[in-house]
Design a protein around this ligand. Structure first.
Ligand code: ADP
Length: 145
């Protein structure tokens, strides 16, 4: 059987429980998930290292930093799918436009998972904001295995 690979692109600044939930559910659909951090994301290499530690025991998950188009990276790593998450109607239009352009560019299918209701208000920017004002952000971040 053909192995199915998806890339999960994003800024992941930081990688939250919301992102981890999309990866966990994506692993039910794909044999391999490549988490791809855009290189213009702040501290992309440090973020990549932190996410690699999280999935150190899971050979189906890889982490890369990239500086090309998402569809170009998908081709490079042999991914036939782009995995993304949608929290709300605010995300919906953005994700639809991205998926449409990526389909037009490459024929690559985007697979969009709706966030769990309890994670639908969680964003990296919220975590950054709370952190900047000294709040404990651990409840929003995935537990190390
Ligand atoms: P980007 O900067 O490309 O939007 P993000 O790191 O913010 O990247 O998010 C990457 C993907 O994860 C996006 O598809 C985003 O909608 C999704 N995502 C972010 N937070 C959550 C969450 N709490 N639940 C589900 N999906 C999420």
């Amino acid at each position: 059987m053909k192995s199915k690979t998806a890339i999960f692109p994003g800024s992941f600044n930081p990688f939250t429980r919301g992102h981890a939930d999309i990866v966990a559910r994506g692993l039910g659909l794909f044999d391999r998930i490549v988490i791809a951090i855009g290189c213009n994301a702040a501290d992309a290499e440090a973020a990549a290292e932190a996410i690699r530690r999280l999935y150190a025991d899971n050979p189906a998950v890889e982490v890369v930093v990239y500086s090309c188009l998402t569809v170009q990276l998908a081709r490079q790593v042999g991914a036939g799918f782009i995995l993304r998450g949608v929290r709300s109607v605010k995300d919906f239009e953005y994700e639809r436009d991205l998926a449409t352009v990526n389909m037009q560019l490459s024929g690559i299918e985007s697979v969009i998972l709706f966030s769990r209701p309890e994670l639908s208000t969680l964003s990296s920017s919220l975590v950054r904001e709370l952190d900047a004002y000294g709040e404990d952000v651990k409840p929003f971040l995935p537990d190390l295995p």
